[in-house]
Every structure is written in structure tokens, then in C-alpha cells.
Design a protein around this ligand. Sequence first.
Ligand code: AR6
Length: 175
Amino acid sequence: MMTEIVLIRGDITRQSVDAIVNAANSSLLGGGGVDGAIHRRGGPAILAECRALRAGDYRDGLPAGRAVATTAGDLDARWVIHTVGPVWSSHEDRTATLASCYRESLYLAAQLGATTIAFPAISTGVYGWPIDDGARIAVNTVRTSPIPGRVPEVDEVRFVLFDDVALRSFEAAVG
Ligand code: AR6
């Protein structure tokens, strides 16, 4: 079965899916944007698990391009998958790291048994990545991993875009 790509304008913390992806930072201890909203609405259970990860396998934090899962707390999901996008750079191409965020999150979701997953437009807020390029990388990565058009186990990849500009960028990327 093909993995369906769905685009909606909305707040990612209001989605009902198996896994919600968080645009986190390496500390895993919260921040603004999507990260702040997820911890606010998801409640303290998420932060408690993040602290436990920092005390265990992730003492130095989560590197950019990687992903890790916690409970979704009070969100209407089973897991939050935390991934760390690259900060936009005009002098270094960090596309591979941004693509890795989507790929690693998808593989982790599939491993967990998630069939529906919601992504924000990673790195396109505080981290400054241009939205058109961020949308292109997001859509291409989902479509090409690992068999074009199909992510094992995952039926639906939902991109949740916060405003019309982001939604239009993703619509253009989907084609
Ligand atoms: N639902 C969906 N999309 C949202 C929401 C929301 N509730 N809130 C913002 N966006 P950002 P980054 C959009 O800044 O660029 C944090 O402080 C937003 O318009 O959340 O990866 C972390 O702790 C933008 O298009 O993530 C890190 O330090 C996109 O989501 C840093 O920000 C991503 O914006 C990560 O920066």
C-alpha cells in the first residue's frame, strides 16, 4: 500500500495520530514553537521522560538529524517522536541533516508500530530554514524512503502546517 501524504493547516498538538513529531532541540528539555506547544499541551509526563533520556543514553543530548520517542502524555497520540533539525546556514548545505530528521522519525514510528504520523515543518521556524526548501526536502524524503512511495507500516504521513504560506509551500512540493 502507498503511504498517503496529507497536508493540513492547523496546530500539531490538536492531531489524533499514533505519533506526533516534535521539532525539538538537542537538550530535549523544551523550547518555543512546536516544542513549547507540545510540552504545554502534553503535560509533565513528556518532560519527565526527556529528563530520563538525558540521564541515560543521551547525556550529551540528541544530535541533529536523530530521533527518539517518549510518551505523548495528554496529547491524543501514543508517542511523541523528538527530532532535532539543523539550524539554517547560508554557507553550508545541511539538507542531509534535515532529510535525516524525517527519515529517522519515520523509521522509529514504523518500529514502534505507528501507522499514522504527524510532522511539523521541521527547522522552518526558530531555526530559520526557508519554507519552500524545507517543504521540498520533507516531501521528497517521505516519498523516497525506502521504497519510493512507501514507508513500511506507515499508512499516513500528515504534515501539519501552521499558516497558509507553509501550507502553500507543501502543496507546491507535493505537486
Ligand atoms: N503546530 C504546527 N506547526 C507549528 C506550531 C504548532 N503548534 N507552532 C509553530 N509551528 P519551530 P524549528 C510551525 O520554531 O524551526 C524550539 O524552541 C512554525 O511556524 O517550532 O525546528 C525548539 O526547542 C514553523 O513553520 O521549530 C528548538 O530550539 C515550524 O512549525 C527550535 O525551536 C517549525 O518551527 C527548533 O526550531
